[in-house]
Design a protein around this ligand. Sequence first.
Ligand code: GLY
Length: 412
Amino acid sequence: MKPLLQIIIAAAGLTAFTLSTEKDFLSSNTGYARQQLNHMLKETATRDSLAFPRTTDAAGRMTTTSMYDWTPGFFPGSLWYSYEQTKDPAIYQQAIRWTEKLEPLKDFTQHHDLGFMMYCSYGNAYRITGNKAYRDILIQGARSLSTRFNPVTGSIKSWNAFKSWHGEQKYYYPVIIDNLMNLELLFFAAKETGDTSFRHIAVSHALQAMKNQIRPDYSSYHVVCYDTLTGKVLARETAQGYADNSTWARGQAWGIYGFTMIYRETKDPRFLKTATGMADWFLNSRNLPADKVPYWDFNAMQKGYTPGVRSYANQVTTKYRDVSAAAIVAAALFELSQYQTPAKGEQYRKTAIAMLHTLAGPAYKAPEGQNGNFMLMHSVGSIPHHTEIDVPLVYADYYFMEALQRYQATLK
Ligand code: GLY
C-alpha cells in the first residue's frame, strides 16, 4: 500500500477496514445502485414519460409525481452519479434524457424548490458534460427562483401559503429550513454570470435563516412565517415535524447540509459555526439511535411536545426512522469534515463512513429488484400529512449515492 493511502485510511480511523475492502464496498454499492436504476428505468418505460419516480404504494410498486412537485431532479441526479461511478454509456444517455425532460422548469416560479429540481438534475449534468445549454437553463432557473425573494423579509418565500396544524390560521410568507438547499443554484448563477444579485439574495436568505430558524442550541424550527409589511417573524411552526418546538430530523439534516454548502460558497465563518453546531446537535442528541439513523423527529412523543390538533402525528404511536435524513447527513459530513481541525474532521469523516456502511447494510438497503427498485428502505415523507410513512424515497437514494460519490473521491 502506498504511504499516502495508508495515511488516508489511518485518518479515517478505518481500523477494521482496509483500503481494498473499502474499494470493494464502494464498487459493490455503486454496482448495486446501477442495477436498481436499470430496474427502475425499465419500470418507468411502462409509465407516462413525464412521471418522475418518488416512492412506493402499499403494494410496494413505484409511484411517481409530475415535474412540478419538488422531487423530479433526484432521479436524473442519481443517474448522473451512477454514470460518474460506472461510466456506463447507457446510463449516460438516460441521464441526459431524464434531465432534459425538466427544461420547462427554468421558468417555474410557483414554489421555492427549483434548486432541488434543477441543480440535482441540470447542475450535475452541466458539471459532468460541460454543455453550455445546461448552464443557460440553470441561470434562467436561478432568475425564476429569485422572483420569490422579498427584500422586506430578506428571504425567499417557500410556499405561497401555509396552513397551521393548530386550526384555520394561514400564513402567506412561510420559509422552511429546506429552502437553504435551493441557494446552491443561486451561488452557481452568481459565479457563472457575475451578477451579484443572485449572491446577495442567497446570503440574505441564509443570514435570516440563521437568525430566525436556528435555536440557540443549534436545533431548528421547520417553518418561519414572516410579515411582508414589516419583515417581522409572525410565527415559528412545523409542517412536517412533530411539534412546533420539536426538531424534525430531515429539517436538521437540510440545515447541516445547507449551511455547509453556504460556507463553501461564502467562506463566512458564521455559516461554518452554524453547520458545525447543527451537526454536533444531531450527532450528540441522546435521542439519536446508536446506528445514527434518526427517528423522524427528535422529539416525537416526548413530554413537552404537542402536535397541532389537525396533525396526523397525534395518531402515530410508532417511532419511525427517517433514512433520508441519515443519507443527507452522511453526504454533508463528508464535506463538513474538510472544513474542520484535523481531529474534528477525522471524527466527522469516520461518522460519515460508519453511517454509509449502516445505510448499505441489510437493515436499510433493499435486496436488488425489490423496494419498488428504490435503494433505501424506511424513510418518512410527512407524518403530519399522513403521507409516505416508512417507505423508500427518491431523495434518500440520491443523497446515498452522493455520499458514495464523496467517499469514493476521498479514496482515489
Ligand atoms: N423539502 C421537503 C422535504 O424535505 O420533505
